[in-house]
Design a protein around this ligand. Structure first.
Ligand code: AGP
Length: 611
């Protein structure tokens, strides 16, 4: 998730771009850059690091133009450094492109362009677009708009792009597919931005571009077409948000915004996971692919919510790849003597890639001769840099201290890893792997359906928020979600909550059941549903008030639980991606009802870089 801003009009361009980037910096802060066109010239200034480094580079420079674009980056392809910073330029220096999202077929396009002699200056997927637009202009496109339409027709993925060309100094051409892009009309010109926050200092009359629409911004205003050049209309609306609300896109907290970003985050994390031969691939593989064929044991090490994602992965890796998995809290693993061999694979999960205990556990594993795969949301993070292979989640920056979209995308990335291992060991045929990936690709729409139950869950939160204690129970893949639901609730609402293996209830925890005490049960369809139904009956018989998370159409659950929130039916191993969402929303709304500082709960930090 990156920040995009663009302006054409009579006002000085650079100050407008820099102000927009300052507003959008929460969308990404790995690097920042601007490109301005005017009087036949194209000026590009870009730096790795936060916006301040770009401002230093621009200090005293008189970079002027009649139109320009700016970008603040959250890396998904290519380390965060100066050469991978946006904007990206074609070799002739005519065209500059900024981009938010993922070009899914960039490797294939890059290979074709390189075969035709193209030389690339960066490792990014974005640079391919600059080369393509320039090539389309050389191949006869009458103007920049036609060149962009021709180039975009060759792109796969989820993206928003903005392009300038020194030969059309007052023009910006933009296009989007899945990733957001909004436009604003101002006197004598126009603006574009990746979200409303970048526009509302100038206008509240907004037009959201729709998928595969192309916008041409000039001093005469904005013209929107489809990819065939036919006139089209985006979605026009007016906003009354202030800047703070706009950064949260109208949500009360970043955490709620990030819960609602999960469909797109899952979609982007799944993009480009199959190569041209239809085989599952990893982002960065520094070890020999054959090394994975002989893996005979997997340890997963992580902390907090990432540990719960590792617990979910255990079921997928054992079921699909047929490899034994142990999931360990990193702060425990690092101080014991695990029996590791060169055939042991250690999977270290950390959204920040900087958690001290997880870094230490990965180092401990490498010292014992094990291969380490990193699952991280931050390209170039400490954990990713030192690993033998990396799988990046593509959730974009997560501002809320409570992990939500990074958790769901970790599960997705870990399921991709499970399929990769199954493929390497020939435990699954390639077409079986593709079938599982296809099921996962259906999840974004199903997640959106689950999010539609938010108001129902907010009502339950008002009922449960006065409880002094909430119990979460689950079995099999429901157990890590019970633990995660309890963690979400306690870390942002300060209400005590505990997750248990439902089969353990009779071994002690059932003594905690009180009359009217809330119990949340993970009761979706699968081979343990009957057992969890018995557990619901057990706690009901002792006075509990039960909220069940169940599979759509399961009416029997309603006969036993006091409240039921339904999720769509999916493959048993994929339920955690859906069932965690009602629990995220329950924790959020209880905390909001109690007036907690949801995005920055007491005593907690987003990244725990100390032991
Ligand atoms: C989760 O909501 C918490 N913020 C915390 O448990 C977190 O998951 C843990 O600190 C691990 O962080 P990491 O993924 O960045 O390593």
């Amino acid at each position: 998730m990156c920040g995009i801003i663009g302006y054409t009009g009579p006002a000085p361009v650079l100050p407008i771009l820099l102000e927009g980037l300052r507003t959008l910096e929460y969308r990404g802060y790995d690097s920042a850059g601007v490109a301005l066109v005017g009087a036949g010239a194209l000026s590009v200034v870009k730096r790795a690091g936060k916006l301040g480094r770009l401002l230093q580079a621009l200090d005293g420079d008189t970079v002027e133009g009649t139109a320009g674009v700016g970008h603040t980056r959250w890396a998904t392809h290519g380390e965060p450094n100066d050469r991978n910073a946006h904007p990206h330029v074609d070799p002739a220096g005519d065209v500059a492109v900024i981009h938010n999202g993922i070009i899914e077929n960039f490797a294939e396009l890059r290979a074709k362009l390189a075969a035709d002699g193209a030389v690339f200056a960066s490792d990014t997927d974005t640079e391919v677009v600059a080369h393509l637009v320039a090539q389309c202009r050389r191949d006869g496109a009458t103007d920049l708009a036609e060149a962009v339409r021709a180039a975009v027709r060759r792109l796969d993925g989820a993206f928003a792009i903005a392009v300038v060309d020194r030969r059309e100094p007052g023009t910006i051409v933009a296009c989007r597919r899945e990733a957001p892009l909004v436009l604003g009309r101002v006197s004598g010109g126009a603006l574009l931005s990746s979200d409303v926050a970048g526009l509302i200092a100038h206008t509240r009359d907004i037009e959201a571009l729709l998928d595969d629409q192309v916008a041409v911004l000039t001093r005469d205003g904005i013209a929107v077409t489809d990819l065939g050049g036919r006139p089209a209309q985006g979605h026009r609306f007016t906003v009354d948000w202030d800047i703070a609300a706009a950064e949260k896109q109208g949500y009360a907290h970043f955490m709620l915004k990030e819960i609602h970003e999960q469909p797109l985050a899952v979609r982007e994390t799944l993009l480009g996971r199959v190569d041209a031969e239809g085989r599952v691939t990893l982002d960065e593989l520094r070890a020999d692919a054959d090394d994975f064929r002989f893996v005979d044991k997997v340890y997963i090490v992580a902390c907090g919510t990432s540990f719960h994602a590792g617990m979910v992965a255990k079921y997928a890796i054992e079921h699909w790849a047929g490899i034994g998995v142990e999931v360990e809290i990193a702060s425990e693993f690092r101080y014991r003597d695990p029996i590791l061999t060169p055939h042991t694979l250690v999977v270290a999960i950390s959204q920040s890639g900087e958690t001290a205990d997880t870094l230490a556990a990965a180092t401990h594993a490498r010292a014992q001769g094990a291969k380490v795969v990193a699952i991280s949301n931050v390209v170039g993070s400490s954990l990713a840099r030192d690993a033998d292979a990396v799988l990046y989640t593509r959730a974009g920056p997560e501002i809320g201290v409570a992990a939500t979209k990074t958790f769901v995308t970790q599960i997705i990335a870990l399921d991709v890893l499970a399929l990769y291992l199954a493929q390497a060991r020939r435990a699954l045929f390639p077409d079986e792997c593709r079938d599982h990936l296809a099921r996962m690709e259906a999840l974004p729409d199903l997640l959106a359906q689950v999010l539609d139950s938010e108001q129902e869950i907010a009502g339950l939160a008002r009922r449960f928020c006065r409880a002094g204690y909430v119990m979460f129970i689950g079995r099999h893949v429901g157990l890590p979600i019970a633990l995660e639901g309890a963690l979400k609730l306690k870390e942002i609402s300060y209400v005590h909550a505990e997750g248990f293996a439902a089969g353990e209830m009779k071994h002690g925890p059932i003594a905690l059941i009180t009359d009217g005490g809330p119990v949340v049960a993970l009761a979706t369809r699968g081979h343990v549903r009957g057992k969890i139904l018995s557990n619901i009956q057990e706690v009901k018989a002792r006075g509990a008030v039960v909220l069940a998370i169940a599979t759509e159409g399961d009416t029997e659950i309603k006969e036993h639980a006091d409240h039921v929130v339904y999720v769509p039916e999916v493959h048993e191993l994929l339920y955690p991606v859906l069932t965690v969402v009602p629990l995220q929303l329950l924790g959020y709304h209880i905390a909001a009802e109690l007036g907690r500082d949801v995005d920055m709960p007491r005593n907690l930090a987003k990244t725990v870089t100390v032991e």
